[in-house]
Design a protein around this ligand. Sequence first.
Ligand SMILES: Cc1ncc(COP(=O)(O)O)c(C=O)c1O
Length: 358
Amino acid sequence: MREILLNPGPVNLSDRVRTALLKPDLCHRELEFSVMQRAIREKLLRVYSLNEEDWAAVLMTGSGTSAMEAMLCSCIPVNGKVLVIENGVYGERLSRIAAIHRIDYATLHHEWGAPILSDTLEQRLAGDPGFTHVAVVHHETTSGRLNDLAGIAGICRQRRLSLLVDSVSSFGAEELRFDAWGISASAATANKCLHSTPGISFVIVKREELRKAAGVQRTLYLDLPIYLAEQDRGGTPFTQSVQGFYALDEALSEHAESGGWGKRSADYWKKMDLVREGFARLGINALLPRKDCSCVLNSFHLPAGLDYATLHDGLKQQGFVIYAGQGDFSKTLFRISVMGNNSMEDMQRFLNAMQSLL
Ligand SMILES: Cc1ncc(COP(=O)(O)O)c(C=O)c1O
């Protein structure tokens, strides 16, 4: 039985991407690798129509967290200070990264799932003229809330602050207006909205932003300038996951040919609306109103009298993998992601399985 993954990555692969994993063995120091790496970097920039003079896609072998860590470590100069906006696990992870690397930072903390209000952000920034950067998660996967990145970016632009974005669970399926909003860097991964395999992550970074932070080196393996210099020359500083590159290259072609991020967003919404409406009929309520949610993942209240383990195991027996809430959320919530190569029919079968379980 083909298991349908409704967890937020890794995702179900298309046959096209899976087949790419079987391409010939390849040394990462050979020309063929260099050509593929170049193609991937170009395709990543094309997802949001970015030009190569001002922007770079920096590829690394590691999960989404490695890209978050690389971004923070490499973009904030020694005398810089970052305000980390938290409203979930991943915002809090950004703060942990800053603390571990002794980056000067402060947090603007919100409860998990709470909205980030512009007045609160403005006040916090006004209270400390030392800030040079703001870091925030675009889609906070803890709750499914899509943070108002355009609004946050507007405030940063007014104050000439660099904006660092964790777009790990939004890149490829949500709007990201890098130039217009003034995003400085964005960390993301292959195995979520781009529908590739886990193991490759990347940072889309404004080249100027790295130049401004030149000289800071907080890490070897996650230092973006080291990768950038090598990758611009066609090389790689460290061994990359060659098979992961094969898959990502194919997944990016598939993404572009199927209509890019806008089409992917529309496809996700169709599936998510089916789930939200089907759940509502079954008496299962969403945590957040639709307008506050990403198209990628939504959180739902556990049905009365059913704990997560029972729900998970019952659905898994029928071929569907759902996802628990994090931390305290696990007692009351579960999450459904619609990423991956799944159809409306798969989602309808999922709703039938849910109904039969209830
Ligand atoms: C918004 C966000 N940031 C970061 C991560 C961490 O990614 P990884 O588990 O690939 O390190 C995740 C994972 O789900 C995420 O959703």
